[in-house]
Design a protein around this ligand. Sequence first.
Ligand code: GTP
Ligand code: MG
Length: 719
Amino acid sequence: MKVYNTGDVRNIALAGNAGSGKTTLAENIAFEGGKIQRRGTIDSKSTLSDYRPVEHEQAGSVYSSVLNSEWDGVKINILDAPGALDFIGSAVSSIAVADTTLLVLNTQNGVEVGSEIHWRLTEKFNKPVVIIANHLDHDKTNFEKTIDQAREKLSNHVAIIQYPVNQGPEFNSIIDLITGKMYKWKNDGTNPEVVDIPAEEADKAKELRMQLIETAAENDEVLMETFFENETLTEDEMREGILKGILSRGMFPVLCTAAKNNMGTRRLMDFVKNALPAPDTMPAALTTDDKEVKLDAKGPKSLFFFKTSVEEHLGEVLYFKVMSGEINESDDMINSSTQNKERISQIFAVNGKNRDNLSKIVAGDIGATVKLKNTSNGDTLSEKGTDLKFKDIEYPNPKYRKAIKALSESDDEKLGEYLHRLHDEDPTYILEYSKELKQLIIHGQGDHHLNTLKWHLDNIFSVQTEFIAPKIPYRETITKAAQSDYRHKKQSGGAGQFGEVHMIIEPHEEGKAKPSSFKIGGKEYTVTVRDEDVIDLIWGGKLVFYNCIVGGVIDKNYMPAIIKGLMEKMENGPLTGSYARDIRVSVYDGKMHDVDSNEISFKIAGSKAFSDAFKQAGAKILEPIYNLEVMVPSESMGDVMSDLQGRRAIIQGMSSAKGFEVINTKVPLAEISKYATALSSISGGRATFEMEFDEYAPVPGDLQNDLIKAHEAEQEDDD
Ligand SMILES: Nc1nc2c(ncn2[C@@H]2O[C@H](COP(=O)(O)OP(=O)(O)OP(=O)(O)O)[C@@H](O)[C@H]2O)c(=O)[nH]1
Ligand SMILES: [Mg+2]
């Protein structure tokens, strides 16, 4: 297949709400560029993009697909993202990697939730956007309402470049304000007849053209002056202003399509070729150490990997964008994450599951390769000696968790392997084997997301699994000081065991002075710290140990054994068996025996004394609290707030942004396991949220009692 120069490449992401017509549009672009002889359809499960069984099952995209086409010598790479928000990971990587996003709107529904959320991703990645007004052939289509909503909810820099003359079931014509012509299709779309604007449209076209010229001029001072002088711009000046506006997000052009009938595709491809930025006109990419690397075909060879798919008979296919240089088949490169050498044995241009071999691929272009040894999503391969590592794509945090288990234990290993594979294909599936909870937990974006994962396990991998309720990783701590001592003594023939430990435990707080005196149960204790040992616990929080022994009553060498004894209890808290945290322990007295004392004796004594003290120290169960940022359309605000109150939420603040209210709140994890589903049903799918771990906080007293009882019952069951 042909090799394209950087300037002849356009990379577009197709984003927007589920069902807006992205995959149909991608199919049209591939068809018009001669990549396929017939346009596949969603109904007949024959599109290039939606080729996977799960996509046939769901009649919509689940993963992004990479397609390419050609128009007038320019290669158009298409990243067709799924619209369903459960699969947002693929929309994130598509928007991050492409240079321009085509945000496809279904003009029956206007700006939908998914449109807004994908729009926000383009804001985050600071990428140009072109709006595609699709579904113009529906009886309920409303172009004007869609544009009004786009201006209100997305940006007031939305600029009409094309408008439909006869939207609705008879739709077959648009007016293009750049060329000043009307485009009229026959029933099968494709190639339109180009005619002068009819007299009855002249005034409207003139007015909209003036608006477009003004918006184009606003993006450049020189153009603005020209506009003031001549009160218009030439077609070339207009194009220049539009390109600048697109690049700086100062303008969001609107084009028209009826994708099902293949109307508008060719004009769209003209526009992609003429008005959208080539990869080397985009801002430089950043490396992990914040170095800017300009996309340059003459630069050092480097590839950024953004997507993996596992294909039948082929294994892992890894998709990349060439970030600089020219890559040839058989090039050796270095993975900057692992420093391993990788050989690029084959280079492909991809159309869904179809692949064409390339001998070479140039900076800015998108391709795929296979048989890499140790490279995955987010990695950079670069020329030896350059050690480039591009910033990885940031994916949204998980919002939903379930525990999963194989019905048959013998499938455990296979299950782990398949789950990793599913994570490679969709990095927003996060797997966690929690040693603490003894559960395999899958984190994802929502119920549908996790059910899709299970669908793969059931239908593709044939591993029978079940979801179970995920446990909450509680913690235990204490709220006041307590004292205890314990003598461990054993004399049963042979060598005996002896160790005695006196300790005071109290809550650990950052910045608290070292212990010196305590008053516990009317008794005063004075201690002098000899040594301090601060242990950062891998599950969060600290254990601080003070050796306050006077006169060598316990040898210093036994301290590590005592700490070991404490750690045993810290790992298995006395209340519910959860991890304990944020405790400090002062060992201030005890006894040794010349012959019988040994490490095991002091470990046992330390552990028992600690357990006993813990129970008198106002022990508390802590639960994980998450910060939630909930974006709610104003009309659902009341319902969302009252639902949050039922979830023990503490509201931190509220603000408004473009028709949305933003609620910042802290909520216990136990209350939000299924929040994604609940919020969606309260708000008709319009509200969304982000969540991030904040801190551990004490559970309310009644819940603490319930948890302790539940733990006791569980222990009895186990006995
Ligand atoms: N009448 C009409 N139907 C359309 C148009 N565009 C797409 N469709 C239909 O709308 C449905 C959804 O189209 P897709 O192309 O799968 O939409 P998508 O945006 O890729 O959807 P997701 O992948 O789920 O995000 C299909 O049945 C298409 O045939 C259009 O312009 N007019
Ligand atoms: Mg699709």
